[in-house]
Design a protein around this ligand. Structure first.
Ligand code: OSB
Ligand code: MG
Length: 365
């Protein structure tokens, strides 16, 4: 029986600043949902960032959303599936919902002795890891950073780009590391449709995809762009649900989808999007939000589904943190192992969490 829920705020330093077209992160504010049951506990990680730069959600807003509107949906025996149904009356707020869903899933799967991978229908026991490389201060620095990740064994490189830091950066990485390197770019919505001719200059570099070149709301703009460039368009920010995914594919806004559970309201919705894409032969890959091991464990289970045919942003703990809040995820031959233990999340190590914790609020049912 669920007795209560805790919301835990913490902060963890990143090993190096992470610069994107929407800002620079040097640390990660964290929000965990901890469901307290008689026998087990369930953990979920909220992936919202401190500020609403990637999407409209942000950590403090998610905490308020969860406390005021989502916790009332959780009773002593509420399953993740029931929570998802009940939470439909709250619009949007995907990352807040996903954090509660993950904690409930973790609780019920631990009670049932089942792993999230098995629950979702995973077919792989390890997943290929890519790495997302922030915008660097110079091309020399970029080459050094990419070279370091390749030496670590990462199987795919994603370069963050923005106007003024795009074509020459990609050219340098392609010419330094060769044509066999799996390479893609992510603009985080930094361009407009008028930049189509500029973005078409990326075509000569044989990228796997261009991720979210235009604003989240400009799904239709991506249709025009997709016709003007040869490189496949992949959507991240725009895809907030199964319905948006279906519509975007129907109109030709993208030919690849980055699935992030937080962005679409959870793992149950992620699985629906995966199944749709698998059915249509559309490749998907698992994105990331600089998660700790708590959320990374669940992402790896998702990435083990058969439709995840491209390497994801599921990097090892050491790419982000000197010390993860959980036992670290370690790269082995360019892959991360898919957790097989019962549950959805890897739980924090008490001593680690203690060092990072900022505050904790308890809610009794
Ligand atoms: O757009 O994919 C993104 C990180 C934070 C917010 C948005 C994005 C990212 C990344 C890094 O690209 C993914 C990761 O390594 O977790
Ligand atoms: Mg992205």
């Amino acid at each position: 029986m669920i007795r209560g829920i805790e919301l835990i705020d913490a902060r963890i330093d990143l090993v190096s600043p992470f610069r994107t077209s929407f800002g620079t992160q040097t640390y990660r504010d964290l929000l965990f949902v901890r469901v307290l049951d008689d026998d087990v506990e369930g953990w979920g990680e909220c992936v919202a960032m401190s500020e609403p730069g990637y999407s409209s959600e942000y950590i403090d807003g998610c905490r308020a959303m969860i406390e005021r509107f989502l916790l009332p949906f959780v009773g002593p025996q509420t399953s993740a599936e029931q929570f998802v149904e009940r939470a439909k009356e709250v619009r949007g707020n995907y990352m807040a919902k996903a954090a509660v869903e993950a904690a409930l899933l973790d609780r019920q799967l631990r009670l049932a002795g089942q792993s999230l991978a098995e629950y979702l229908g995973a077919t792989k026991d390890r997943v290929a890891s890519g790495v997302s490389v922030g915008i660097q201060s110079s091309i020399d620095e970029l080459i050094k950073v990419v070279g370091g990740y390749l030496a670590d064994g990462y199987l795919r490189i994603k370069l963050k780009i923005e106007p003024g830091a795009d074509i020459e950066q990609v050219r340098a990485v392609r010419s330094t590391f060769g044509d066999d390197l799996l390479l893609q770019v992510d603009a985080n919505a930094a361009y407009s449709v008028g930049d189509a001719a500029h973005l078409a200059k990326l075509d000569e570099f044989d990228l796997l995809l261009i991720e979210q070149p235009l604003p989240e709301e400009d799904v239709v703009g991506h249709v025009d762009l997709a016709r003007a460039v040869r490189t496949p368009i992949c959507l991240d920010e725009s895809i907030t649900s199964y319905e948006v995914a279906r519509g975007a594919l129907d109109i030709g806004a993208c030919s690849i989808i980055n699935i992030k559970p937080g962005r679409v309201g959870g793992f149950i919705e992620s699985k629906r999007i995966h199944d749709l894409c698998l059915d249509r032969g559309v490749p998907v890959w698992c994105g990331g939000m600089l998660e700790t091991g708590v959320g990374r464990a669940a992402n790896l289970a998702l990435a083990a589904l058969p439709g995840f045919t491209l390497p994801g942003d599921t990097s090892a703990s050491s790419r982000y943190f000197a010390e993860d809040v959980t036992e670290p995820f370690v790269l082995e031959g360019g892959h991360l192992g898919v957790p097989t233990e019962p549950g959805a999340s890897r739980h924090p190590l008490a001593a680690q969490l203690e060092k990072m914790e900022v505050r904790r609020t308890s809610h009794h049912l």
